[in-house]
Design a binder for this molecule. Structure first.
Ligand code: C2O
Ligand code: CU
Ligand code: CU
Length: 521
């Protein structure tokens, strides 16, 4: 498929991720080329609910809540404008960028400030995303709507589309988030004590900013690239056919790719874990069906924390007078919270309606990409990392609360390391994310029974663990082994030591400073 057709295919079907959800006319959004964006503005449109959005300025026109589209090798050169009353940053999650372009929290753009961002997309094709990362404000801003998608394509990606003979509109990029809705309006972010410990969970799902979102697709293959953009909720993604004899049974699909792009070969599944910030690329043959409903199937989310919830400090907030007054993480839980679907409860995500005449569905290609996943050499050094919970300080990485200027982990440029990450038995699931470097999940140990039964891959791994990863879930009591390669491009922008982050992508844990710096020397 050529690029024009690709753009057109995405256009009609993408929604907006910000604005009061009952205003459907506001849901105008488009897939725009990364290279077209001149300015990217983070703005707040509704001071009551605090809803935020990105606006891309393309010179002649503006696109609200853009879905950015780039070919591998393409450049981004835009001014980021912060029109929020809080500091912000724009972090492109999953891309390999220099420290100066990474948009991590140690490099905030003040309210009213601007920053020029210039970089080249070096990563493989895949679904990446961008979101704010200011220390202490990330959860609030992402929940308020500041998250956007970046779809990267390359030759392998386009060859796959051609092999699937995708009809226009049958390829979708979707950000799924959960929100608290009251009388059709999204409630503003106001975490209490328990939210700050377990995460801020919603009761309804948004897909690209819409409640009860639905897309019309044609019979044949549908390719969905899906991001879990929830602050804290894990999803066990599956698809149900409401017209089937058994409405609960799950429709088979194929996993094509994960965080960092296509797998070498597809995997046939009927459900797949998708935790905070993880992505999956799936193909479903919808021929012969009228409708499909994407759901998160019920699972045991294994929250094993007991004891007091720590007061959750937001040191970064204290520098902004109006915010320092607001109490976050201090109020006890209101009674209505008991009705909210807990982490792991079933949740409807979005729907697909199938319309049009059936054509022949081609066979799924047996090979999707040239990805090879060699095991690390036996002498690769292992770094041991421990995730813990402390009743006074909260969740910790190696017993150390984050400090902006800490060194954390020092690694040598181009070094290969195995990271052994052990989560405490008295803990929660933590989706752990490394900036800048894709990694491979080697194996898991200590997974509890209910989750272990969903481990379909060698080494006790889940299907979501395959391929190039940037975020991986650590269940309580688990030990994970990851293979990392700290190679950086040889370009001026990457000269000198580069600082990246390693953190939990449960955004309340991240704001609670469950983070460390990684310095690449
Ligand atoms: Cu998606 Cu450091 O984050
Ligand atoms: Cu990131
Ligand atoms: Cu966490």
């Amino acid at each position: 498929m050529n690029r024009r057709r690709f753009l057109a295919a995405g256009l009609a079907s993408l929604g907006a991720a910000c604005g009061a959800p009952q205003v459907k006319s506001d849901s105008v959004s488009a897939r725009v080329s990364l290279a077209e964006v001149r300015r990217l503005v983070a703005e707040r449109i509704d001071p009551v609910a605090g809803r935020c959005r990105y606006v891309a300025d393309l010179g002649a026109r503006q696109v609200v809540q853009p879905i950015l589209f780039a070919r591998r090798g393409e450049g981004f050169d835009a001014l980021i404008e912060n029109a929020l009353p809080q500091p912000t940053t724009v972090h492109f999650h999953g891309l390999t960028l220099s420290q100066a372009q990474d948009g991590a929290g140690f490099d905030p753009i003040p309210p009213g400030g601007r920053k020029r961002m210039r970089f080249e997309v070096r990563n493989r094709s895949g679904l990446y995303w961008f979101h704010p990362h200011p220390h202490g404000f990330t959860a609030e801003q992402v929940y308020a709507g500041l998250a956007g998608l970046l779809v990267v394509t390359d030759d392998e990606d386009q060859a796959l589309d051609a092999a699937l003979a995708l009809a226009p509109g049958n390829r979708l990029a979707l950000a799924v988030a959960d929100v608290r809705v009251e009388n059709g309006v999204i409630r503003p972010y106001a975490p209490g004590i328990r939210d700050c410990m377990q995460g801020w969970f919603g009761d309804k799902a948004l897909a690209n900013g819409r409640l009860d979102a639905n897309w019309v697709v044609a019979p044949g293959w549908v390719r969905l690239q899906i991001l879990n953009a929830c602050n804290a909720r894990g999803l066990l993604l599956g698809f149900q056919d409401p017209h089937a004899d058994n409405k609960e049974s799950l429709v088979p699909f194929h996993l094509l790719g994960t965080d960092g792009g296509l797998l070498a070969a597809p995997r046939a599944l009927d459900r797949v874990f998708l935790h905070g910030a993880e992505r999956v690329d799936v193909a479903i043959d919808v021929t012969g069906r009228r409708e499909l409903q994407a759901v998160s199937v019920e699972f045991d989310a294994r929250h094993h924390t007991q004891g007091a919830a720590p007061r959750h400090r937001h040191p970064a907030r204290e520098r902004y007078a109006p915010l320092a007054q607001e109490s976050v993480c201090e109020t006890p839980e209101p009674a209505e919270a008991r009705d909210r679907p807990a982490d792991g409860a079933e949740l409807a995500l979005f729907g697909l309606r199938v319309e049009g005449a059936s054509a022949r569905t081609p066979a799924l290609p047996a090979r999707l990409s040239a990805l090879s996943e060699p095991d690390p050499a036996p002498d690769t050094p292992t770094r041991r990392i421990r995730l813990d919970f402390d009743e006074r300080t909260g969740f910790l990485i190696d017993q150390t609360p984050y400090a902006i200027d800490e060194t954390g982990y020092s690694v040598t440029r181009a070094a290969r390391e195995v990271w052994e990450i052990k989560n405490s038995p008295i803990s929660m699931p933590h989706p752990m994310h490394v900036h800048g470097f894709g990694f491979r999940v080697l194996r898991r140990q200590g997974t509890f029974g209910a989750a272990r039964r969903l481990a379909t891959e060698p080494g006790g791994r889940f299907a979501t663990d395959l391929g190039v990863k940037d975020t991986v879930l650590a269940w309580p009591n688990e030990t994970l082994w990851l293979a990392l390669d700290f190679t950086l491009p040889r370009e001026a922008a990457f000269g000198g030591p580069q600082r990246y982050m390693f953190h939990c992508h449960n955004l309340e844990h991240e704001d609670g400073m469950m983070m460390r710096n990684i310095t690449v020397l």
